[in-house]
Write a protein that binds this ligand. Structure first.
Ligand SMILES: NC(=O)c1ccc[n+]([C@@H]2O[C@H](COP(=O)([O-])OP(=O)(O)OC[C@H]3O[C@@H](n4cnc5c(N)ncnc54)[C@H](OP(=O)(O)O)[C@@H]3O)[C@@H](O)[C@H]2O)c1
Length: 252
């Protein structure tokens, strides 16, 4: 963090889906860098509480809020409350997401709709709710968590790939809409990152995946968090509308 701040005016960052995985890694890194953090979760209340406790124990400030990212009234109420309490966020990291894999021909309509809603409706609702305050402040960054699946495709993930490719278009288009207000919008496209989302893969599949990655390992949440940190920092103030791949060379 490079802004001049006092205890009262520390910039704050919203991280959606911060209880586990990549979001948790981002919460930990940004809290360590001195930001105040609000992170959301849906079900993992005890993980959220343990993250809050761990960060408080290190003298950092982070609050977990249960908020279904797909629920318009919950997102609106959260944004109104947080903006009234803290002012405009310095950054939104819209990371919450799910997979519901199936071959397209056998995919249930709910599997398609749930993934579109959790991954895509969620970023629309959050960006729309927080942008008025951010535009007024004329400074800020939005980071969307896309995926390398959008670039390479993946069997069984047509629903997921559709949302992650759409995010790249959202980043480009929203960057055009809000650039004159000094708000930057970028996307991150991670490859295989070691979180609950990939931990369920069979051992043989994981070995095959590692072999296909030039750096011969899965990524860590902190590999992605390092890029998120750069994209909300003063080191990236002339970068907007872009997607950055962090995949160990998988898509090279
Ligand atoms: N892991 C990878 O290899 C990989 C690769 C490329 C992109 N990504 C993307 O990176 C993001 C994070 O992935 P991950 O691997 O860290 O996933 P994860 O470990 O499964 O964690 C998902 C997070 O999203 C939250 N969440 C899901 N649905 C939500 C909703 N409706 N409202 C609020 N929170 C919700 C979960 O909350 P609860 O804990 O409360 O359930 C959790 O905090 C996702 O957008 C994913 O698509 C991941």
């Amino acid at each position: 963090m490079t802004e001049q701040t006092t205890e009262q005016t520390r910039p704050w960052v919203l991280v959606t889906g911060g209880s586990r995985g990549i979001g948790r890694g981002i919460v930990e890194r940004l809290a360590d860098e001195g930001y105040d953090i609000v992170f959301t979760f849906l079900k993992a209340e005890s993980l959220a509480a343990s993250l809050e406790d761990a960060l408080h124990g290190q003298g950092q400030r982070a609050v977990g809020v249960r908020c279904d990212a797909t629920d318009e009234s919950q997102v609106k109420a959260m944004a109104e409350h947080l903006v009234a309490e803290r002012g405009a966020p310095h950054a939104l990291i819209l990371n919450a997401g799910i997979t519901q894999d199936a071959l397209l021909m056998s995919m249930r309509t709910e599997q398609w709709d749930d993934v579109i809603s959790a991954n895509l409706r969620s970023i629309f609702l959050a960006a729309r709710a927080f942008l008025p305050a951010m535009l007024e402040r004329r400074d800020g960054a939005i980071v969307l968590m896309s995926s390398v699946t959008a670039l390479k495709g993946n069997t069984g993930q047509t629903n997921y790939a559709a949302t992650k490719a759409a995010m790249m278009g959202v980043a480009r288009s929203l960057a055009l809409e809000v650039g004159r207000f000094n708000i930057r919008v970028n996307a991150i496209a991670p490859g295989f990152i070691a979180t609950d989302m990939v931990d369920g893969f069979p051992e043989a599949r994981l070995a095959q995946i590692k072999k296909s990655i030039p750096l011969r390992r899965l990524g860590t949440a902190d590999d992605v968090a390092a890029l998120a940190s750069f994209l909300v920092s003063a080191n990236s103030t002339y970068i907007t509308g872009q997607t950055f791949v962090v995949d160990g060379g998988l898509s090279a």
